[in-house]
Design a protein around this ligand. Structure first.
Ligand SMILES: [Zn+2]
Length: 385
């Protein structure tokens, strides 16, 4: 049914995407899709080569340094991880720059200066390297010292690390990349306080997230655990959305809080990690031809990295499906809580226009890559209320 035949339809009042905007969103989506697929292929091929071709020669070369010699050297493990990761960062640098800087500028979505891009890339590379060294060396320490069922211990350690990182993310890690400050707006404060009443989320936990230094795109998120739990509303969103539309987005984030999606994701992560670590155990035994992983040579580290990457890729459709279930739950929560389907519709159309979102991507793309339902589907939820 076309809108021309239904001039009184409520959708008529909502500004949607023009045919030109829709076509541009499709083009942007196709380029982003190609970049994501290429990135995954580069990761797999690079880590595959490291695991099956270069691992032993690299390990022998590192072992020739007296400080890194010895059979179960944690220091050599750290050095091997460093070499593999630094090379990986430079191998993926051109595509990373193209997809996150060039494409975003071509489509008029980026506010980022090249200086800021380089700063953020360097900082995130250093953080990934530092955290990766600790986690991978820690993992091998567990493999070498915990016996046959090391993967149970490793999954328990993974749980602890998830909790710590979940707590630190919004207070330590994210502020390194974004300006985060309390929302200083009495009217917004009052509206949010009213929406959050009875949910256990205090209004002190709502912050303005400085996305505009990087992007034109609007976004919001729920982050943190326990006392660091907070809703982060993009400054781009706060500036461009009406109070009613902000209510809808805020209520969606409240939905994630009320439905306890972050603890549920951590619990799923622990189950997934248990399977992942068991697979690593099998891969090490097979590749090194040893009876148990307890004597895993340091040269198996790239294999461990390859196995985890392949496993998470294979699993990502399931993880994405679960995430889309959570998003639909939060959308429904937002609709019921605000009881304002018109604001819901206009908020999602505004998101589609600002973020140049393809509202109806191919189903295969959704299954493989999307953590959020297509906007057309999210809009349709408003018709059911
Ligand atoms: Zn969400």
């Amino acid at each position: 049914m076309t809108t021309e035949l239904q001039p009184e339809s409520p959708a008529e009042a909502v500004q949607e995407q023009t045919p030109e905007q829709r076509a541009e969103a499709k083009r942007y989506n196709n380029v982003s899709l190609a970049c994501s697929l290429a990135d995954m292929a580069i990761d797999l091929v690079y880590l595959g080569l490291m695991a099956f071709v270069f691992a032993r020669p690299l390990d022998r070369w590192l072992a020739s340094y007296p400080a890194l010699a010895g059979e179960f050297s944690l220091l050599r493990l750290a050095a091997l991880f460093g070499v593999v990761m630094v090379l990986h960062m430079f191998v993926s640098l051109p595509l990373s720059f193209y997809s996150h800087f060039v494409v975003e500028h071509q489509f008029g979505l980026s506010n980022q200066t090249i200086r800021r891009w380089v700063r953020n890339w360097s900082l995130s590379s250093v953080l990934t390297l530092a955290l990766g060294v600790v986690l991978n060396v820690g993992l091998f320490w567990i493999i070498w010292h915990s016996g046959q069922y090391w993967w149970l211990i490793a999954a328990a350690a993974f749980f602890v690390v998830s909790i710590v990182l979940g707590q630190l993310a919004p207070v330590v890690i994210m502020p390194l990349f974004y300006k985060i400050e309390p929302i200083k707006n009495d009217e917004l404060d009052a509206r949010m306080k009213q929406l959050a009443a009875g949910t256990g989320l205090t209004i002190e936990g709502v912050y303005r997230l400085g996305l505009s230094a990087d992007t034109q795109k609007a976004n919001a998120m729920l982050a943190g655990l326990g006392r660091t739990r907070r809703v982060l509303m993009g400054d781009t969103l706060l500036e461009k959305f009406t109070p009613e539309e902000i209510d809808v987005i805020f209520a969606h984030e409240l939905g994630h809080h009320v439905h306890r999606h972050i603890p549920k994701m951590i619990a799923t992560g622990v189950v997934v990690s248990l399977i992942g670590f068991w697979l690593i155990d099998r891969a090490i035994v097979w590749w090194a031809g040893i009876p148990t992983a307890a004597t895993a040579p340091t040269a198996t580290l790239p294999l461990v990295m390859f196995t985890l990457t392949l496993f998470s890729l294979v699993l990502s459709p399931l993880q994405n499906a679960l995430s889309r279930v959570y998003e639909r739950q939060s959308d429904r929560y937002a609709l019921v809580r605000t009881n304002n389907a018109a604001a819901y519709r206009s908020a999602f159309w505004k998101l589609a226009r600002l973020n140049k979102a393809d509202t109806e991507p191919h189903w295969l793309e959704v299954i493989l890559l999307h953590s959020h339902p297509p906007i057309a589907e999210r809009l349709a939820a408003a018709d059911l209320i």
